[in-house]
Ligand binder design. Sequence first.
Ligand code: 5GP
Length: 138
Amino acid sequence: MATIFSRIVAGEIPSYKVAEDEKNYAFLDINPVAPGHVLVIPKKEVDYIFDLEDDDYVSLQSFAKRVAGAMKKAMPCQRIGVAVMGMEVPHTHIHLIPINEESDMNFFKEKAVVTSEEMARIAQSIANEMQETHSELF
Ligand code: 5GP
């Protein structure tokens, strides 16, 4: 059975999409650690990131770098923090989180409350930054 993230890529489940290329997809985490929390995934369904083929791994990381660049422009923050755990959804995903201090990366604190309007606005502003810098992406 397809993972929930494959179903998002296929458009069967809605997502706040931020960017997409041939191999990868980026969208807002539905339960964000901080506003603007993005998940970057390969379209290929591979559970564990280090089981990706080298070219798919490099493609994913380079796509994540571009998304992080757009997030940094769109969101007021010092840095974009990166984490990979994957204990919940068996489909590789990189968490990209706007942070101002280390404690902003705490996955165990209460999650941010972000309205659907704000989620849509954030996704659109990151997508706009992506479009401006990387018009080759869709
Ligand atoms: P992990 O597997 O790294 O522990 O985390 C999985 C992440 O996926 C969580 O942060 C969770 O909020 C997010 N997530 C789970 N299901 C969905 C979903 O249907 N849509 C979105 N946008 N995010 C999801």
